[in-house]
Write a protein that binds this ligand. Sequence first.
Ligand code: DGL
Length: 270
Amino acid sequence: MAVGIFDSGLGGLTVLDAVTRRLPDQPFVYFGDNAHAPYGVRDADDVYNLTTKAVERLWEAGCDLVILACNTASAAALRRMQENWIPRDKRVLGVFVPLIEALTERQWGDNSPPREVAVKHVALFATPATVSSRAFQRELAFRAIGVDVEAQSCGGLVDAIEEGDMILAEALVRSHVDALKRKMPNPEAAILGCTHYPLMEEIFQEALGPEVTVYSQANLVADSLADYLVRHPNMRGTGTEEMFLTTGDPSKVGRHATRFLKREITFIKA
Ligand code: DGL
């Protein structure tokens, strides 16, 4: 009955935390590819090769459904995986669509033509690879018209979070928000388009100001997953145990994860 949650490193824990609260009886297997993080500075082939390898490991662990709790992998690799790689009895879902549906006030599976929405000026904070893929703008254009998106690629931020250097991470958030505001002085909404960034959500909100609505993915993904599993109960998988896998150093990764989630987390080598 396990569902797989994948990220390049620690960021997917923000999604894991939300899905565990939303679905307390559902076991999850987490895979952090910490040895190869950050993905945000890698090219698309590299992200595809690393992501497919990790997803295969989660299939081995009994997870027929895997959530890519990583915008970089969702943006750079998911479409290619869905086109020709995923077997019929398995599913891999990304984290972009629930966020865009929330921003564009859509219900799940509403495929009507794009229409005007309330929000007009949106700031997107994401990794360099996600920004250059333009996947967010592409998915948004399917659903909304007249939305101006200004993307800020937040170089260095994932590395600082992975290293646990929160002083550097905070300074980087403030300087990336300043850079964004020079291009778009008054955004109405800000998207945290990397699953590592909710770990810095308070700083983003403080630097952006109280009038900006900050969207982060964890709860939106949790709601979409709960809905998906009701409609596809057969995708709950055969695994029965919660597990945390990493390609990095399990004790170091476990220490950081324990601090972020405020509960004891033990990682094992993937
Ligand atoms: N947390 C991931 C994302 O959502 C990956 C960040 C990275 O490895 O650069 O994009």
